[in-house]
Design a protein. Structure first.
Length: 430
């Protein structure tokens, strides 16, 4: 069995916080360690998600190129992962040239297979800033659930996505004025064309987590529609059509392709450039995406459709474990309100294993969980250091005293050759 394990690509415009770790990284890292201990054939993939309007907004605000922002955060995020021992086989980034090529190829194949069509659309345009306002350049009231401060393309409160112009009381995020509606041409991925395939696929997924499966069943029930996959901004991957000058691919179109381009990069790095194909082009590969709950629609619907619509066969997600959120002292973690514990700061004060322990035992697996410092202190001192630490200490002390510091390694229950019969020195890791 081959496994391709991915964790959601973090946006390269912010630092890593504990909520990210609890949702998409630590669970995957633990699973990968488990698989590797069992000698499974597994590649663990990640990288930074380097396009999208927030990055270009931040670059505008600082008066630098988006690439400057991207490089800064790529480094910060990568270091934060190292600080807590999250160990990817490859950590790439979606502004690297091979990712551009692959994303354009994906678009072209879908286009030639008639899954993508242009449409003249109405979009918010800011007369003050003289520009079209792509998704996150506008904010308003969610047309689905009524929550305030909903983004142009998706609501944080209900997780649903919608047509931007249905947003109520829209405001331009650059200047705060109400935008007008103007015509512009965009290219759409016709998800409706995948309805039958999608239904048949989901029908086999009775082992999925309920939140993900129900989300999908609900969408299929509502009926699949087309989704715009191009944007009027400069920062992004150019749409590979001569008539789409000045348009780039929507960040959510190119981002998941990053899972593939990062695997390509891995294969090159290990000196076996074709090796990625053994995984991605084998329908039997267990492709597993670890994500937070706000990413369900992209991984369970849009991305599988993009894979289904290619000319070559790709493996489809085998499972999509989406976790709930972790709150901080009873309040939702918020980057904009700076209500978060940043991983890079955490590891300057504490051992990364303390965070791993606390997040693993308090994981937001089936409902939101809470990080509280008091609880953290108690769990780390009580469970990890006292109970587990003591157990380890005694085992090593006894083995030193009675068995000259040599313990017979346990056999591998799956019958592999490693382990059985070998001796480990006390304190040595297998
Ligand atoms: N950057 C997105 C987020 O943080 C996740 C992207 S996952 C991928 O919500 F599929 F696009 F890679
Ligand atoms: Zn404006």
């Amino acid at each position: 069995m081959k496994y391709l394990i991915t964790s959601a690509l973090p946006y390269a415009n912010g630092k890593l916080h504990i909520g990210h770790v609890a949702g998409a990284y630590l669970p995957a890292d633990i699973f990968v360690r488990f698989l590797k201990l069992n000698q499974a054939d597994v590649v663990y993939i990640c990288g930074t998600d380097e396009h999208g309007t927030p990055i270009s907004i931040q670059a505008d605000a600082e008066g630098v190129e988006p690439q400057v922002i991207v490089e800064r955060y790529h480094k910060l995020i990568e270091d934060a992962f190292k600080g807590i021992d999250i160990d990817f086989d490859n950590f790439s980034g979606t502004s690297r040239p091979p990712h551009y090529t692959m994303s354009q190829e994906f678009f072209t194949a879908l286009y030639e297979n008639k899954h993508i069509h242009p449409k003249d659309t109405l979009q918010f345009y800011c007369e003050y800033d003289k520009r079209f306002l792509a998704d996150r350049y506008v904010e308003g009231i969610c047309p689905k659930c009524g929550a305030e401060r909903a983004r142009g393309d998706q609501c944080d409160a209900c997780g649903q996505i919608y047509d931007t112009t249905t947003l109520k009381e829209p405001k331009c995020k650059i200047c705060g004025n109400a935008p007008v509606i103007k015509a512009t041409r965009h290219w759409f991925l016709h998800l409706d064309g995948f309805t039958d395939k999608m239904k048949a696929w989901i029908a086999q997924k009775d082992y999925w987590k309920e939140n993900v499966r129900n989300f999908m069943l609900n969408l299929l029930e509502q009926g699949l529609i087309e989704r715009s996959i191009t944007r009027d901004i400069k920062w992004g991957i150019p749409v590979p059509l001569p008539e789409a000058q000045d348009k780039v691919l929507y960040v959510w179109f190119d981002a998941p392709i990053g899972y593939i381009s990062s695997t390509v990069e891995w294969a090159q790095r290990i000196g076996q450039p074709d090796r990625w194909k053994d995984y991605w082009h084998d329908p039997e590969t267990q492709l597993i995406h670890f994500i937070g709950k706000d990413n369900i629609i992209f991984h369970a619907l849009i991305w599988p459709a993009m894979l289904m619509g290619q000319k070559q066969t790709y493996c489809l997600p085998h499972d999509i474990p989406a976790n709930e959120f972790m709150n901080l002292e009873g309040q939702k973690i918020s980057t904009s309100r700076n209500w978060a514990i940043w991983v890079d700061e955490f590891v300057q004060e504490f051992d990364g294993d303390y965070l791993r322990w606390y997040l693993a035992t308090n994981a937001p697996e089936s409902k939101d969980s809470d990080f509280s410092w008091k609880d953290f202190q108690q769990k780390v001192n009580g469970e990890l250091n006292n109970v587990l630490g003591n157990l380890a200490n005694r085992v090593f002390a006894f083995s030193q005293r009675f068995f000259a510091g040599k313990i017979k390694a346990g056999g591998n229950q799956r019958g592999g050759q490693s382990g059985a019969g070998r001796c480990l020195q006390a304190g040595q890791r297998d």
